[in-house]
Design a protein around this ligand. Structure first.
Ligand code: SF4
Length: 381
């Protein structure tokens, strides 16, 4: 690759140091940038990027970047937007989306470009192996059992891997790079500028979350929420943060306000009008819908109670609920006992991972076919 990287190339991999330097050198005053017409346009593009990450289900081969400079700036602003909103789930979605997008573009990249990106990530695609330490660092975030080190061939401190697997690990590395930088420290005045889009983004996130959650299933509640309900049922009063967390959780997974109030009816200090007011408020009657706190915040308030092995793989009580629920569904469908989807290590969207893996494999196969066709054509001419 040349000394000065091509702008189109940088736009395809906005997480690279060079890409961020490009933006940093040109946008010295973000406040001023956002006050310009161009800045507002890019801010909208950044919001579109965040919205795309909310609805993201998998990467389509043939991913387009668009006008490179706008793409680079919109990536930067998407990070600002999710940092201002501060929802961990939103940040995670953006990281997954951006990593998958960059990986899809990587698969379409020429040999020289692929070498450059993979060397920046410290992954040698040609070697078909990876040092154990690096492997564990990346594979510990992969949910399928097949990624566990005990299930891999290891030779002289290196794990043997197929090219497709190396590409999956590369995507995970990109996700980790992006995630480590988030949330950004953004000052309050700048966050004010994104306030108009905040509500809409949260609304879409909420909608998506509700779609994901479907029917309420109490057996899949995380231990912390069960502990809060048990406390009410056994006649103990909840601290304010506990009421907030439980109400926001129950609202997000689809309980109606009346059903939530019914749960609080068991509390010794139950006051129907006060409870209805609080529930309505958290559920968004006054314009702002709240989502439950992350595990880190729950810990701060000493509300992380009864942590179990599933908790190790989640950062949010909602994520716990969703994963347990999916696991239970798979178990019912297959009519058997222990299944990957219902185990802590595989407590995730194995179906989605398989789909993603298939897409990567399909894209690689398509490239191979194209290469072969090209060779045939060359030989014939
Ligand atoms: S780790 Fe998270 S989901 Fe598990 S009990 Fe603690 S707060 Fe709840």
């Amino acid at each position: 690759m040349g000394e000065r990287l091509d702008l189109k190339f940088l736009a395809r991999y906005p997480f690279l140091k060079e890409s961020q330097e490009y933006v940093g050198e040109r946008v010295l005053d973000l406040d001023r940038f956002l006050s310009s017409g161009y800045g507002r346009l890019i801010l909208n593009r950044g919001a579109e990027r965040v919205m795309a990450s909310i609805g993201f289900k998998g990467v389509l081969p043939g991913e387009q970047v668009g006008e490179p400079e706008r793409a680079l700036y919109s990536y930067a602003l998407a990070r600002v937007i999710v940092s201002c909103i501060g929802e961990r789930d939103l940040i995670e979605r953006l990281c997954r989306y951006e990593a998958a997008k960059a990986t899809a573009l990587f698969l379409e990249e020429g040999e020289e470009g692929q070498k450059f990106v993979s060397s920046r990530l410290g992954i040698d695609l040609g070697s078909r192996e990876m040092p154990v330490v690096k492997y564990v660092e990346l594979a510990s975030f992969m949910r399928s059992e097949s990624w566990r080190l005990v299930n891999r061939a290891v030779c002289r401190g290196r794990v043997r891997l197929e090219r497709e697997e190396l590409i999956e690990l590369m995507r995970e590395q990109i996700r980790q790079i992006i995630q480590k930088q988030l949330p950004l420290q953004v000052n309050a005045e700048l966050c004010e500028k994104i306030a108009p889009m905040r509500q809409e983004i949260l609304r879409v996130l909420q909608e998506q979350t509700l779609q994901q959650f479907g029917e309420v299933q109490e057996s899949s509640f995380p231990p912390c929420m069960r502990a809060l309900i048990d406390a009410i049922t056994s006649g103990r009063n909840l601290p304010h943060q506990g009421r907030f967390a439980l109400t926001a959780f129950l609202h997000t997974i689809g309980l109606s306000n009346t059903e939530i109030v019914e749960i609080y009816r068991r509390a010794p200090d139950f006051d129907i009008s006060k409870t209805m007011y609080q529930v309505d408020h958290i559920a968004g009657a006054r314009g702002t819908e709240y989502t439950p706190p992350s595990c880190a915040t729950m810990r701060t308030y000493s509300l992380c109670i009864g942590k179990d092995e599933f908790c190790e793989r989640v950062g949010h009580p909602l994520r716990y609920y969703l994963r347990r629920k999916k696991g239970a569904k798979k178990k019912r469908e297959r009519g058997s006992g222990d299944l990957p989807g219902d185990s802590p290590a595989g407590a995730a969207d194995d179906g989605e991972i398989d789909e993603e893996r298939n897409r990567v494999a399909e894209t690689i196969a398509r490239h191979r076919r194209e290469d072969e066709e090209k060779k045939d054509e060359e030989q014939q001419s």
